[in-house]
Design a protein around this ligand. Structure first.
Ligand code: NAP
Length: 284
């Protein structure tokens, strides 16, 4: 058994498989999720459960957060029985959610005041990569703190890289998701154009996936389009959040404006479905 006791907050599409990797790597993991009942599979694997973030932090040394957005992060820290209701001195809190650099800077300063350390460490990759420990992790914050938790992060990802001071991980992630939105809209428009020309989706995807422009994204999302399966791996509402965060950080390129417009339109109908459900909106 690894000696570091880990707390995990947030058991959504990503949190469950990521925490699962740590249990498989023989860490003692205690989990908490706002909505009860999502911890069953992890408890079966050996996780303990806490009633709230305050209780969780009291019994662990490194706490990892994987929740939806800035509001959720704020709730986890400042809500009733939140992290800041506990003594956090000596603890390292790693926020892997995709959030704004601003909230990371705010929480890092508060953690420091209270004797703890905060790192932002968002991830690139989706559920499939989370299930196999193949995520790419980009960190922001103190180098010594990052190196302390790096062996843990390397159980969740194939690469864990510090890219700068607090918030730098978030900035890198917003840049990457700007490209992700372009990929998704580009793939959707390409498939629809080919269909209009009488080319079957499966045939087109076979060509793309054997060509130089094929990649893991076109393979996984191509399969989703072919099988008409839009169950969220990465919910469309989350890319809208990320594109708006990038806009708030100053991105204003023509393509960034276009994808934000497209995904905002799609979100009202398909927000809970996967990012590639954007194809349905574009088709309409
Ligand atoms: P998800 O399935 O929607 O899960 C969201 C999690 O956040 C749930 O545990 C949810 O708790 C919790 N949450 C939401 N609002 C909360 C609040 N106010 N207080 C406390 N907890 C709250 O999201 P996900 O796909 O796992 O993504 C998590 C984060 O990773 C997001 O920032 C996302 O952008 C990012 N990300 C996702 C992917 C992907 O492919 N899915 C890839 C890379 C990064 P409840 O169960 O109570 O709702």
């Amino acid at each position: 058994m690894n000696t570091v006791k880990i707390g995990w907050i947030g058991l959504g599409n990503m949190g469950i498989p990521m925490a699962g990797q740590l249990i498989k790597a023989d860490y003692a993991v205690t989990v908490y999720n706002r909505t009860e009942g999502k911890n069953a599979s992890l408890k079966e694997m050996g996780a303990s459960a806490a009633e709230n973030p305050q209780e969780l932090i009291n019994t662990t040394e490194v706490v990892i957060i994987m929740v939806a957005d800035d509001a959720a992060v704020d709730q986890v820290f400042n809500g009733t029985n939140g992290i800041f209701d506990a003594d956090i001195s000596g603890k390292v809190i790693v926020n892997m959610s995709t959030v704004s650099p601003a909230i990371s800077k705010r929480m890092a300063a508060l953690c420091q005041e209270k004797g703890g350390q905060y790192l932002d460490a968002p991830v690139s990759g989706s559920v499939k990569q989370a299930e196999t420990g193949q995520l790419v992790i980009m960190g922001g914050g103190d180098e010594a703190a990052f190196n302390k938790v790096k062996p843990i992060l390397e159980k969740v990802g194939k690469l864990a890289k510090l890219v700068g001071a607090t918030g730098a991980g978030n900035s890198a992630k917003l840049a990457i998701n700007s490209l992700l939105a372009l990929y998704a809209q580009g793939l959707a428009e390409t498939v629809l154009f080919a269909n209009e020309q009488g080319i079957a989706t499966a045939d087109l995807l076979e060509l793309i996936n054997n060509a130089a422009i094929g990649n893991v994204f076109t393979k996984i999302k191509g399969d989703a389009i072919i099988t008409d399966n839009y169950k969220a791996a990465f919910a469309l509402k989350h890319i809208v959040k990320d594109l708006n965060l990038a806009k708030a950080e100053g991105i204003s390129s023509p393509l960034a404006k276009t994808t934000l417009h497209t995904f905002e339109n799609a979100a009202s109908k398909y927000g809970e479905e996967d990012i590639i459900a954007v194809i349905k909106q574009i088709k309409e």
